[in-house]
Design a protein around this ligand. Sequence first.
Ligand SMILES: [Zn+2]
Length: 243
Amino acid sequence: MTDADWELIQRGSLRFYEMHPEKEIDVFLTTRNLADGGTDHDLGLVKQVETLGLESNLVVMKQSHSTMIERVCTPGGIEADGCFTTESNLALSVRVADCVPIFFWSADSALIGVVHAGWRGTVKKIALRFTEKVEREEGVEPHRLFYSLGPSIGLCCYNVGKEVLDAFSETWPNARDFFTRRRDMTYLDLRAANRFLLNAAGAREGTSLDLCTSCERRRFYSHRSEPGKGRNWGIIIHEDRAS
Ligand SMILES: [Zn+2]
């Protein structure tokens, strides 16, 4: 059930990745559109989402590296770094340019969600907060929850300052498992840290798109490589094809 793979699709001038982890669930990831002459993807939102046909169903999070996770029932804007729904045809979106986008779905496909996990959200364990909240509020136990990671900055490129190592060391007993030293620099494996949280909670990993946004800066926006240039959109939707 989780052997679905990401496919790169071209539609008009838009290139995006798509995956169907379950029959009714669609996950999209926009790429950097080389045909747009460098226009910020954020500015081109309407155009992009129009291409996907999801503009009237979109939930957009105003992200602030918090651990706020909201249940949503209608399209529109919310202040949160994670959200989930049990409604069909709601397109939950997350915007990233190095941070980890995490997509969730329950084993029965009734619940979907997204999380934005940069280092600040990860050190505060937002992925774990997500599993706790959907169990408490929706009765979805972690072992009935699947997740996939989208592209983000990898251990290869994510050098961080001492304050990041210190912040993890304060609350993560195994913090050092996720840091590597190379040439007097410290590198953080954000993907491994989020996998650790989710796997320890009992969630199961579907197919992740394991690409580094900085190494693949020609394909994705990377804040580290080109600050403020744009962000990649991740979208998950449970499509009720009968409606
Ligand atoms: Zn890299």
